[in-house]
Design a protein around this ligand. Structure first.
Ligand SMILES: C[S@@+](CC[C@H](N)C(=O)[O-])C[C@H]1O[C@@H](n2cnc3c(N)ncnc32)[C@H](O)[C@@H]1O
Length: 209
């Protein structure tokens, strides 16, 4: 299906892409800590751990968490917009000796990415909150079409007041309104100096493939 985008929307997408490319070009971005967050560890190794299945990481950066999931028995695909990050993620997976499919693609256009799913787990560590508003429905559609029944989405995001343009932020109300067919089952405030939160959503019903 063809898309019609206004000049302002194209500018906004280009600005986010440029910002991300600049971060990776300049070296190790500030978010690239090599540490898997305890919220993901709890979901994978905690008392109510999910059974390993298929996972898709959105905006995987240099792949720390995709590698973590693969090490814990998940079949993992991971997507990022920036080829420099994708190359590093592939190297990290190779160095760890795990099989992760890392693709350079736009998470709001997953039909172009070759990640058919279905997935039991989606993981997004601060990607969605930077996606321009006009691309967010594309993100939701992509996940919804690839979600196994009962699939989880674990997302960390900055609140809108944390940063200015082109980072837009995310709220629980926005996720509730946008993720039709999903239930927001947990919101836990983050521990950052600026407002952040961890969101858990669950896909209800059958996979819409
Ligand atoms: C704040 S960084 C976080 C990276 C990684 N999750 C981490 O925590 O190390 C956001 C990531 O999302 C990627 N990204 C932003 N918009 C994207 C899009 N539309 N499609 C795919 N990746 C995107 C960026 O290139 C960047 O790697």
């Amino acid at each position: 299906m063809s898309e019609t985008r206004t000049a302002a929307e194209l500018d906004q997408e280009a600005a986010v892409r440029r910002l991300m490319e600049d971060y990776y070009r300049e070296g190790k971005p500030p978010w690239d800590t090599d540490v898997t967050p305890p919220e993901l560890v709890a979901l994978v190794e905690g008392p109510d751990a999910l059974t390993p299945g298929r996972a898709l990481e959105l905006g995987c950066g240099t792949g720390t968490n995709a590698v973590y999931l693969a090490r814990h028995g998940w079949r993992v695909a991971a997507v990022d917009l920036v080829d420099r990050a994708v190359r590093q993620a592939r190297e990290k997976a190779d160095a760890a000796g795990v099989d992760v499919t890392v693709l350079c693609a736009d998470v709001t256009r997953l039909d172009e990415a070759g990640v058919p799913g279905p997935y039991d787990l989606f993981f997004d560590l601060s990607c969605y909150c930077g996606i321009p508003a006009h691309r967010r429905d594309g993100y939701v559609t992509g996940l919804t079409h690839r979600a196994a029944p009962g699939a989880r989405l674990l997302m960390f995001g900055y609140a809108p007041e944390a940063f200015g343009d082109p980072i837009s932020g995310v709220t629980a109300d926005e996720l509730r309104a946008r993720f039709t067919g999903w239930r927001l089952i947990d919101v836990t405030p983050g521990t950052n100096e600026v407002p952040t939160a961890w969101f858990t959503l669950r896909r209800d019903g059958a996979a819409a493939m």
